[in-house]
Structure formats: structure tokens, C-alpha cells
Write a protein that binds this ligand. Structure first.
Ligand code: PXP
Length: 237
């Protein structure tokens, strides 16, 4: 199971003072040195954390993989086509939300996604759709010729009881199995942390986890590279 780090919250901290520190580019390079498999950033419509310049520079300097999280809007699709990330992960986006609140409804947004995926594929950008672990959603992702799905793990991470957590884990397992049968790559993320990853890592067929908040929060106390090494240790056990 590979590990990509989402560095949005380094930029959140920087923007809190409209300053240049802490610099997300430095964070990405340090993260690569510590052993992550990729860097994830979400260029939001409101640019509340990562900005256009961050994306441009990251594209130039990182040596692992750049996963650009994005809404399927004309503006952001155009930026993605200019930047050519290693993966474009399409997420739903609402202005008022604190963070992405769930997977995109592939069935409701079929035409919008069809057009965005076609544009991104023209530039040979593989596309991932951030979705709930539901078979109909995966079927639509296959129909749309998505290359990957990223399964929303928020319900697993926020489960109110152990029983519910294992139920949610099983949904992710089944969704992974189904998607893999059709040749889709499978990533996962949202709410994964140093505690629940010990259970989540059982799902060995998942290609990659995308983790942000928990690692950046720990980094405040132990440093970014130590926080990353701690997560890598758990993932490899
Ligand atoms: N994957 C997606 C699609 C996300 O939107 C986020 C949150 O930005 C993450 C993964 C990482 O979630 P967290 O910050 O809770 O680890």
C-alpha cells in the first residue's frame, strides 16, 4: 500500500498570516526525502490553501508523483491540462465545507465528468474519481473510463462503534475487489490516522492511501519527516 501525503494544511498555516512560511514546496521535498510515494494537493476554487503557483512549482520540483485533487470545473480542468499532474483526482467541492465531505455522485454528474475526463485524457492525465464504496458508482466510473477510483474512507474513520467500523471496512473491501475486477486502480483516503490505519492496512489490494490532516497535525509536535516515518512504519507492518 503506497502512501501519498496531502500537504494542503501546510498552505493553510502559511495563508493564516498571508506569509511565505511554512512553505508547501519545502514540505513536499522533505516529505519525499522521508519516503512518501507521492504529493497530493487540492487546488480549491476559493484557493483557501494551495494556490496556482504552488501547483506550478510542485510540478517542476517533485520527483515522486503529483496528485492534483480538483473539482470538475472549466477553470480547474484548464489548469490541470496546463500542469499535467501524474494523477487528477476529481472531488466534489462546496464553498462552505471545512473539507471534502464525501465522494462525488458519479451518476448525477455523469455528463460533467464525461467532459472533464475527456479533456484530461487528451493531455494523457490519468483520472481518479473520489467516490463512496457503492457498486453503482464504480460501474459509472468504469463507463466513464476513469483510470482509478479513490474510495472515501470517512465513514470508516468516523464510525461510532467498532461494529460499524468493521461494516464500513467491509464495504471498502468489496468495492476494491469489484473495481479491481474491471482493471481500475484503487486509492483510498479521508480521515485515516495513526490509529485506524492499523486496521485499514489489512486491505492489501488498495494501491495507495492519501493522508493529510493526521500527519500534518503530528508534524507540529514531532516534525514532518518523523510524522511521515511513523506512518510508513505502520503501513509496512
Ligand atoms: N482524499 C481526498 C479526496 C480528500 O479530499 C482528502 C482531504 O483533503 C484526503 C484524501 C485526505 O484526508 P485527511 O486530511 O482527512 O487525511
Amino acid at each position: 500500500m503506497r502512501f501519498s501525503i496531502n500537504i494542503d494544511h501546510i498552505a493553510t498555516l502559511r495563508n493564516a498570516r498571508a506569509d511565505v512560511q511554512p512553505d508547501p514546496i519545502t514540505a513536499a521535498l522533505l516529505a519525499e526525502q522521508a519516503g512518501v510515494d507521492g504529493i497530493v494537493v487540492h487546488l480549491r476554487e476559493d484557493r483557501r490553501h494551495i494556490n496556482d503557483r504552488d501547483v506550478r512549482i510542485l510540478r517542476e520540483v517533485i520527483t515522486t508523483k503529483l496528485d492534483l485533487e480538483m473539482a470538475a470545473t472549466d477553470e480547474i480542468v484548464k489548469i490541470a491540462c496546463e500542469t499535467v499532474p501524474d494523477l487528477a483526482t476529481i472531488v466534489p467541492e462546496k464553498r462552505q465545507e471545512l473539507t471534502t465531505e464525501g465522494g462525488i455522485d458519479v451518476i448525477d454528474n455523469f455528463t460533467l465528468l464525461h467532459d472533464a475526463i475527456a479533456d484530461l485524457h487528451k493531455y494523457k492525465i490519468p483520472v481518479s474519481l473520489f467516490i463512496e464504496p457503492i457498486q453503482e458508482q464504480i460501474e459509472s466510473a468504469i463507463e466513464l473510463k476513469a483510470d482509478y477510483i479513490e474510495i472515501h474512507t470517512g465513514h470508516f474513520a468516523n464510525a461510532a462503534s467498532e461494529e460499524q467500523m468493521f461494516e464500513e471496512l467491509e464495504k471498502v473491501r468489496q468495492a476494491t475487489k469489484y473495481a479491481k475486477r474491471f482493471g481500475l486502480g484503487v486509492n483510498a483516503g479521508h480521515g485515516l490516522n495513526y490509529s485506524n490505519i492499523k486496521i485499514f492496512r489489512e486491505l492489501e489490494d488498495i494501491d495507495e492511501v492519501s493522508i493529510g490532516h493526521a500527519v500534518i497535525a503530528r508534524a507540529v509536535f514531532v516534525g514532518l519527516q518523523q510524522a511521515i516515518r511513523d506512518m510508513l512504519t505502520l503501513l509496512k507492518k
